[in-house]
Design a protein around this ligand. Sequence first.
Ligand code: FCB
Length: 459
Amino acid sequence: MSRREFPKGFRWGTATAAYQIEGAWQEDGKGESIWDRFSHTPGKIKNGDTGDVACDSYHRYRDDIALMKAMHLNSYRFSIAWTRIQPTGRGPVNQKGVDYYRRVIDALLDAGIRPFPTLFHWDLPQALEEAGGWPCRDTAGRFADYAEAVVRALGDRVPHWMIFNEPGVFTTCGYLLGVHAPGRRSLADFLHAVHVVNLAHGEAYRAIRATKPDAILGTAFSMSHCEPTSHREADVAAAERWHGFVNDLYLRPALRGEYPRIYREGSPESEMDVRPGDLERVRAPLDFIGVNLYFRTLVSDDPSDSKIGALPLNGGFGGNDGPKTEFGWEVWPDALHDMILRLTREYDRPVIEVTENGCSYSDGPDAKSMVHDERRIEFYRGYIDGVWRAIEKGADVRGYHAWSLMDNFEWAEGFAQRFGLTYVDFGSGRRTIKASGRWFGQVATENALNESPEPLRTR
Ligand code: FCB
């Protein structure tokens, strides 16, 4: 491999989310979120872990920013906890919550790092869940009010915002499969939630624009390049329906004001309670598309199902050709390359930010406190090379964010899956940059992938 230079001004960063790192779950007026409630419910999270303390970033954010500086990064994707701003999801802002994020943002700016916040990374106020949650149309208006309040309070310092993180995952895991908060298992709730989230997306987009016309707005979508398991027409068609379901169910309404075709016949719109005028309201002409991608999806036709009728291999976590991470996700760098090129073709060469990409491996410190996580370096080398190849073929990608800055609370897996470029000792909170973090810092410094083996060594 020869040296791969990235375009001038390309951003290198890491991503985190409030509930996964902050802790301080009841401090300074913060209200209860569905993740506080869910993790405190016995049996929901592996080993009974909770995010009560997590990485304690609420108190240690300066240490976190020092890690980013040590890695020479210039962008930080983090999320705002709705319950710190509006403890019950409505009403006046809690000034202490705003002040916390202002401190974080100012410290980032001082360090020369772009603050790149997400307004919603899954932690819905529990009070709103009790009023109906995402399946309830009123939640869309609540969310737009919250989004506007945050941008009004912090928009003087921050031009770039993401509205949602992975609407596909929080609706599916939270309302259909019940494995994430709030733990509901209902097809009807899920289908309603999909549409209300799309309405909320459009409403929030317009509310932010009205407050701050020059805001640069996007959303981080969960994506996975879908490939048929054979050349059979039925499998090819199934892969397209699955693509509509996993990649386009929120993106197409936002950018085109329409739902993708995901059923063999007909459409789920009647089950989603789509009302006259709604397809105008879901529109949100985003300035950039955030891509969160970890693996590809191999899809076969499923004749036993008359609706989507598609069967993803391995539960949708990739094929069996590449190595697997400790989460069992297949490592397949072309997935990111192919997905970026598909978006480039289908949405008129949009601005793209890779907002998450990463892998879980549990390598920990050796006797010299070094973490030799070579598999993670190989993962990043492959996927980042995929981004470079996509740019060479014409994609307009502006930044790349590794998930994650540090090991953190991985939702239903608790602390069992480590995704960090930094190792966290959850007993003491101590942070140790892994070999992969040093290597990533080298890529960021050079704004290039180098084939030199030198970055493999820890400094
Ligand atoms: C994504 C989430 C993120 C993290 C990674 C591993 O789906 O957005 O919070 O958990 O997966």
